[in-house]
Design a protein around this ligand. Structure first.
Ligand code: UT7
Length: 331
């Protein structure tokens, strides 16, 4: 019997309608369009601004569209995994809420907290449940509502993030397409450089934590930048080498969209021309776990069966890794 691999058989995305441009940010914090564009590559980002809406309100329409595209009912989903750091609530999981909103009555569901690596962590996890033969339909989501945890007075951090996300459907494949290999890492000592200081069990919410803006992302940009550039390139190269891939035989790099300079450095290390690199950071900014599925969604019409694709991410935790994927269908 041939080995079962977990193939992506559909992809969908969702971004809120409201745009926040660099010019809009100029009005609320001491920054300017030119600095943001040259230092990060971002022109605008989307913001989920409707009251009482959360990450599940981005994920649910994406998963519903995914089911529609593949012609399946949400009741056919066996397992739903959501990569996010901005779940609707600390508990229950965002995945639980999404499953309920879309009517995935037969799925069990859980969240994966791996910040910007949330999608590749979730994808690698979901693939295991297909490979064992246990499940036939696993949905993997990467989504974040970063605007809910940003301090819009901190110009070094708020300018890079936005809201959005996407979803893929995993199904068994017997000709070797889908998730071929992955390498994931984590290093908790990175917490000091990138974290959300309050709201967890160490520092529960109080009047003081709110007054001090400790519920917003704390990021030492320069430090994180250095780790991201080195680790994203190293891990991508490692996965490529052990699978015999070169800049010529790789069809696409799908890098986490944190900063255009990190993406360019990674692509250069891998000897990839710009046309093989998916980049949409200018439109959406850094949507944390949402960036990679949003790229796959946008590039789906161009992807061909058998394409060799590397997904690569680095983020809070620290967490990082790369996934080697063989695309399973023509649109
Ligand atoms: O998503 C995964 C995890 N996150 C990342 O991978 C993000 C990695 N880091 C970055 O992308 C970059 O470090 C940032 C975009 C966050 C910051 O860019 P940078 O080039 O590292 O800037 P910096 O913090 O070193 O600041 C350089 C200068 C400073 O001025 P002085 O001290 O040189 O006079 C800052 O005060 O730029 C100033 N600056 C700004 N100026 C205008 C910092 N932020 C801004 C701003 N507008 N928004």
């Amino acid at each position: 019997m041939s080995k079962i691999t977990a193939a992506i058989t559909a992809v969908a995305g969702y971004v809120p309608e409201t745009k926040m441009t660099n010019k809009d940010l100029e009005k609320i914090v001491d920054t300017n369009d030119e600095w943001i564009l040259t230092r990060t590559g971002i022109k605008e980002r989307r913001i989920l601004k409707e009251p009482n809406t959360g990450a599940s309100d981005i994920a649910a329409p994406a998963v519903l569209d995914l089911c529609k595209k593949r012609g399946i009912s949400p009741e056919e989903i066996d397992l739903l995994i959501v990569g996010t750091v901005t779940a609707d609530y600390n508990f229950p999981s965002c995945a639980n809420i999404v499953a309920d909103k879309i009517g995935a009555k037969n799925a069990w569901s859980f969240d994966v907290n791996a910040a910007c690596s949330g999608f590749i962590y979730s994808l690698s996890t979901g693939a295991q449940f297909i490979e064992t033969g246990k499940y036939k339909k696993v949905v993997v989501v990467g989504v974040d509502k970063m605007s809910s945890i940003l301090n819009y007075e901190d110009r070094t951090t708020c300018i890079i993030f936005g809201d959005g996300g996407g979803a893929v459907l995993l199904e068994p494949n017997e000709v070797g397409n889908g998730v071929v290999d992955f390498q994931l890492h984590s290093d908790g000592s990175g917490v000091q450089h990138l974290h959300q200081p309050a709201g967890g069990s160490v520092k529960p919410a109080s009047a003081e934590t709110v007054a001090n803006n400790e519920h917003a992302v704390y990021q030492e940009g320069k430090q994180v930048f250095k780790f991201a550039v080195t680790n994203m390139a190293d891990v991508s190269e490692e996965v490529m080498l052990r699978n015999g891939l070169t800049g010529d035989t790789l069809d696409w790099l799908v890098p986490h969209q944190a900063n255009l300079r990190i993406i360019d450095a990674t692509a250069n290390r891998l000897n990839l021309p710009p046309e093989k690199v998916m980049i949409n950071i200018e439109k959406y900014g850094n949507t944390t776990a949402g960036t990679i599925p949003l790229c796959l969604w946008e590039w789906e019409p161009k992807l061909k069966k058998g394409d060799n694709i590397i997904l690569s991410a680095f983020g809070g935790g620290f967490t990082w890794g790369a996934v080697y994927l063989k695309w399973a269908y023509n649109s």
